[in-house]
Design a protein around this ligand. Structure first.
Ligand SMILES: NC(=O)C1=CN([C@@H]2O[C@H](COP(=O)(O)OP(=O)(O)OC[C@H]3O[C@@H](n4cnc5c(N)ncnc54)[C@H](O)[C@@H]3O)[C@@H](O)[C@H]2O)C=CC1
Ligand SMILES: O=C(O)[C@@H]1CCC=N1
Length: 265
């Protein structure tokens, strides 16, 4: 397979994917074509040599891998107009769209195209995405090409398609949840004496280190918490107060609310 990639929908995620593909060296900028109805905001990518267009048909003809990154309600309209351009012998379609099943996509394209669902997050721009992948009836060649692509843009796990909504919440919405946790740390850090820049650095690096401890050791969070909580110390006093205020409970309820929103929009 050659390495020409079309990204249909140059919004937050589409542009992040383009950035990741270039930053990782997986693609040359001239091998990526990204579309949007109004291409003005794609200027920074165009300056890097990425091809920019408002014409989805042109993009599909250009590429053999098409990444669909439009909003869920736009899928039928966008794919419907591309039915005659897709070639099952040539194209593989990767959809990062929330809540739209492979079956729905197949109906919208109207042909037996190779379709893979991917659920990355915006850290894909800096090769730190968590990407969940799902496919059925796709050739091994397509599977290994797509796995290789997303592996270079972060970590990958293959999941059953029925878990895709859960993956969306935990892995993609999760970036926003983590940001809010860090922001709260910054706000607290300022209240106890730091300037905003120093509080931001300490909060972000501390979260990065905590995540790395889990990823590198495969430990359970509570094992690492036990190493921090000195008996009668300040950590356990703070943690217990957070729990009295509903910390874990509010996160779990938020995750379920996000999930319910995908299931019952
Ligand atoms: N933003 C995120 O963190 C994540 C988003 N997703 C999913 O990815 C998809 C895109 O999300 P965002 O990038 O956040 O949305 P967005 O609204 O920023 O991007 C969608 C883009 O599609 C463009 N568009 C609309 N109609 C078009 C057409 N006919 N042809 C070409 N482009 C068209 C819009 O102008 C917009 O720039 C959604 O389905 C979302 O659920 C999935 C994982 C993470
Ligand atoms: O908020 C949303 O609906 C999308 C799905 C995952 C991240 N953003």
């Amino acid at each position: 397979m050659s390495r020409k990639i079309a990204i249909i929908g140059g919004g937050n995620l589409g542009t992040a994917i383009a950035e990741g593909l270039i930053n990782s060296g997986f693609s040359l900028p001239e091998n990526i074509l990204i579309t949007k109805r109004n291409t003005k905001t794609l200027g920074p990518l165009a300056e890097k040599g990425v091809l920019v267009s408002d014409n989805n048909e042109e993009a599909v003809r250009f590429a053999d891998l098409v990444i669909l990154a439009v909003k869920p309600f736009q899928v039928n309209d966008v794919l419907g107009k591309l039915q005659s351009v897709f070639d099952p012998q040539k194209h593989v379609l990767v959809s990062v769209v929330t809540g739209i099943s492979i079956d729905n996509i197949l109906k919208a394209v109207g042909s037996k195209l190779a379709i893979i669902r991917a659920m990355p997050n915006t850290a894909i721009a800096i090769q730190q995405s968590m990407t969940c992948l799902s496919a059925h009836e796709v050739s091994n060649e397509h599977v290994s090409y797509i796995e290789d692509l997303f592996n270079q843009l972060g970590r990958v796990v293959w999941i059953d398609e029925k878990l895709m909504d859960a993956a969306t919440v935990l892995g993609a919405c999760g970036t926003a949840y983590a940001m809010r946790y860090i922001r709260a740390n910054i706000q607290g850090g300022i209240e106890i004496g730091f300037d905003a820049a120093t509080a931001s650095l300490i909060a972000a690096q501390t979260v990065l280190g905590a995540a790395e401890l889990l990823l590198k050791r495969g430990a359970h969070p509570e094992q690492e918490i036990d190493k921090v909580t000195t008996p009668k110390g300040c950590t356990i006093a703070g943690l217990n107060e957070m729990e009295h205020q509903g910390f874990s409970s509010s996160l779990i309820k938020g995750i379920v609310a996000s999930y319910d929103k995908i299931q019952k929009p």
